[in-house]
Design a binder for this molecule. Structure first.
Ligand code: NI
Length: 139
């Protein structure tokens, strides 16, 4: 079993704000991410799939195909968007990295099944140089 990883990039704006809390509570919990006039991040998305290499190609899966799939179904919906307002699969959800990795997993797991026998293994999402989140699906 080999793991292959594809990195993609997007820029997006968001605000982390719980409407059930006061402004002060939101600022205490979310810090600068609670800024009411939004702010942006340069996100790095790393998608890992696993499988056995095809004897005809030596590939677990074609990385170009994986990149195209991620771009078509995820990056196009997120890049240069406001995550609180513009993205159908985040509607009504707090757009934290944790929320994003779960929603991105659901999309890619389904789309991958149509084109490859390789399985989704991990979604990793970097929000800053210091902070990233990873998700391995429900264990
Ligand atoms: Ni933020």
């Amino acid at each position: 079993m080999i793991h292959v990883c594809r990195k993609e990039h997007f820029n997006a704006a968001h605000k982390l704000y719980n409407p059930r809390w006061s402004k002060e509570e939101n600022e205490a919990v979310f810090g600068p991410c609670a800024n009411e006039n939004w702010h942006g991040h340069n996100f790095e998305l790393i998608v890992t799939v696993k499988g056995n290499p095809d004897p005809n190609t030596g590939f677990v899966m074609d990385m170009k195909q994986l990149g195209a799939l991620i771009k078509q179904h995820v990056i196009q919906k997120l890049d240069h968007k406001n995550l609180n307002l513009d993205v159908d699969f985040l509607e009504g959800k707090l757009p934290s990295c944790e929320t994003l990795v779960v929603e991105i997993w659901k999309i890619l797991e389904k789309e991958l099944a149509n084109i490859t026998t390789a399985k989704l293994h991990r979604i990793q999402l970097w929000e800053t140089h210091n902070n990233f989140v990873e998700y391995f699906g429900e264990q």
